[in-house]
Each structure stands twice: as structure tokens, then as C-alpha cells.
Write a protein that binds this ligand. Sequence first.
Ligand code: SF4
Ligand code: SF4
Length: 337
Amino acid sequence: MILTKKDVPNFLDSLKNNYQVFAPVKQDHYTEFKEIENGADAVLDYSNTKTPPKKILFPQSEKLYCYKVEENGVQMEEKADEQQKVIFGIRPCDAKSFTILDKVFDNNKYQDPYYLNRRKNTILVGIGCNAPESTCFCTSLGGGPFDTTGLDLLLVDIGDCYLVEVISEKGKNMLTSCKEAGEEDKKKASQVKENATLTTSINIEGIKEKLDNNFYNEIWDYISEKCIGCGSCTFSCPTCHCFDIVDETADSGGCRIRNWDSCMFPLFTLHGSGHNPRPSNKERFRNRIMHKFNYFVETNDITACVGCGRCIKNCPVNMDIREILEEIQGLEARSVS
Ligand code: SF4
Ligand code: SF4
């Protein structure tokens, strides 16, 4: 199918009749996913958004429920139904990140109704990366600039228009007014895909075992030395999912609220007794790497990193997860202490 670039604003406006539409929107010198008022607000020639679109399905702060204390007892407030949503222009790495978050919020032990309600009511329309950034390393994690994992449609920019690849029935049903792609369009799309090369690749093969065997290695002391524990890496990561739940109360009622949290903060693991099992940046930084490349692989058989590069770009002290993984790869299979 073909969607011409000049028709995109109208296409998005027509989607707004049935869906809440989110798309990348220009903010000063960066782009962010926002709910759009007008189709013309969407910016599709962006490199990558500053923060990932995970906040649409897993908000940074969310009221799980609220109640009122009345004369005749406690009354629960009704939650509004979730609207159908479209996330338009999502990058393949971010779409793949939702398939990783699914394993956290929908598994044999736990099903999170808040996330799942939104997830099942959301269509993901991806846009391939013709020119990946220097910080991208998705191909090292099994993804790619035109990977379709988790997507319903994928747009490939071929000049004046997008070639639209249909991935799911849900996606197909959205394309009622698009014309079929011709042979020339398909040729252009193949060429674009061929030209989209990444500048970095890292070898993560066997990294889980290296981490298993080097938990106490002194490497963690110097790797973590310059980390200031700001949490920016975790808040800008599409697969990080730690949260805290707080109760806010007043005489007339209250709310239970879920907020993002970060394993890079000391308070995250502080026990009521005052003991902290991860007392310094060293243990916290090690945990972040262990969680993504060892613990998550152990429990879910997949790495909890999609190689989007945001933690590299957003770290104020220039920590680069690719360099850290390379250091770990350089370790002996079994460390002495
Ligand atoms: S963004 Fe950088 S400095 Fe901040 S917690 Fe993460 S690694 Fe440490
Ligand atoms: S760890 Fe870094 S590169 Fe990997 S998904 Fe998270 S932000 Fe992206």
C-alpha cells in the first residue's frame, strides 16, 4: 500500500474520529510522543524521540484508583474507559520494547489490568529508520531499522510517499483509502532498507554467562565510578519498568498512585530497617546491567534492551552501555574474585 506524505495530516485527522492518536511532535530542539490535536502536528522525519512512547501505555504517574469518604461509607470513584489508541510513527526498537514489557505486565503470575487494557486497545504504526543514529545498536539485539516485531503497520519512507507494509489484520483495517504499491515503489523500498546501515554493532553472545561468573569482579568498581545516580538512563529506557506505589490521603478520600521508580536510586532498595542491599552506585549500576542482560534473560529468555541508544544520549556523564558490554565481553569466562 502507498500513503503519500502530503496525505498524512488528513489520514491522521480521519483516524482521530475513532482513536486517540499519538505521534512524534516537535519540542524546541527534540521530539516527543504526544497526543496530537491536528494531523499536521506529527513530525515523521525525526531521528528518535527523547523519551520512549512507553509512557502512553505505562504512564509515569497513574492513579490506580480513588475513593471518597462519605457519610454512608467509602465510595470508589469510577475509572473512565480506555479509548482506542494509535501510536503513529513509532520506531521499530520502541515497538519491540512493548513485547518485552508484555512479559512483565502479562505473565503466568501477574496480569496488570491497567497496562493490558491500554495495550490491547492500541495499534502501533511504525516508521523504519532510513538513517539510524550513531548511538543505535538495535541489530546487535536481534532488531533492525525495519524490524516489524510488535507492529501492526510499517511505513518505509521512499521519497514523496511511504510504502506501507501490512503486519496485522488490525493494521490492514486502517488502510481503507490507500492505493496498492507498484513494482517501482517496492524496488525503492528495498533499496532504502539496504542503505540503512548502523555504525555500531556489539557482540552480546555469551554475555549472560560472563555476567553470571563476574558478579564480584573488580570491574564494577571502575565501570560505575563516574555514574552520579541521576536515573536518567532508566527513565529514558523503553524497557525499564520499575515502579513504586503510594497512597495519598485526605479527610475526604484519597488515591492509590503508581509512579515510575529507578533502580539507580538508593531509596529504591532501602529496607525499613535502614539496611540497603545496594548501598552504592557500584551495586546499583551492576544491577541495571545484570537485570537487562542476565536476570531478564533467565526469566524471560530475552534481553531487556532493544539498542535504542537513549541511555547513551541522555547520560550527563557520557556512560555508554556499548562500551560497558564490550568490557564485560573482554573478561575471562570465570573470574577469580
Ligand atoms: S544516566 Fe548516567 S549518571 Fe545517570 S544514573 Fe544512568 S549511568 Fe548513572
Ligand atoms: S538500555 Fe539503553 S540502549 Fe538499551 S533499550 Fe534501554 S535506553 Fe535503549
